[in-house]
Design a protein around this ligand. Sequence first.
Ligand SMILES: O=C(O)CC1=CCC(=O)O1
Length: 264
Amino acid sequence: MAFARVNGVVLHHEVRGKADGPTVVFSNSLGTDFRIWNEVSAALEPTHRVVLYDKRGHGLSEATPQPYRMDDHVNDLAALLDHLGVTKTVVVGLSVGGLIAQGIAAARPELVEALILCDTAHKIGTADAWNTRINAVNANGIASIGDAIMERWFTESYRSPQNPDFVGYTAMLTRTTVDGYSGTCAALRDADLTASTSALKLPVLCVVGDQDGSTPPDLVRSTADLIEGARFEIIEGSGHIPCVEQPKQTIALITGFLKEIGWQ
Ligand SMILES: O=C(O)CC1=CCC(=O)O1
């Protein structure tokens, strides 16, 4: 566990694994912190240097006041990687983390070897839907939308109050700061990466849960279709967060892709 002030914000992060191994950095989704990657990270640690971080307003990172822009999140990650002395990395991003991954590949191409885009797209949701969510959270708190969000994150069989993991991930969502959550919703509302993502020239793997209620397979496929040579894979039996719900399939796809591109 470490903290660093970069790009004007204190970011909680952790570097794990093989110190001289090739670097893989993970960027998490709206309303989650870097613990969602624990199982995937553990599989890579014997061979890779793994960088995990909480984006601003999430986990133990500082919650600067709203407004947030997607560029803030992109510049935060770039500044953290510079701070850690990372000069080349594969970026794995889930949902808004995938937009951050696309953004850093466009802004700092020399830093990014390849992308793994999980349950994400070049543009997610509509302005109306994000504004409705922001208004609800600002007025009534994140718990007021908790059940609706959980239906997007996890499959029906996972969403049982008897499942301790489900209870734990619900707590992760509802304990996110309002500034971090609403600020990032607004950043998502205002982000359309169609042009910059279409121009990307690097190896890309796109994966998505078959039952993802936030970025369904057809949306993720449309992003893969924008990027020359990108591969698209579906993870069976998962909602929006396959690294939590189907970690074995997620690990197999990630490690297979890293081997394929020689990042090992
Ligand atoms: O909360 C959701 O609907 C899921 C989601 C959208 C963007 C993100 O990062 O998570």
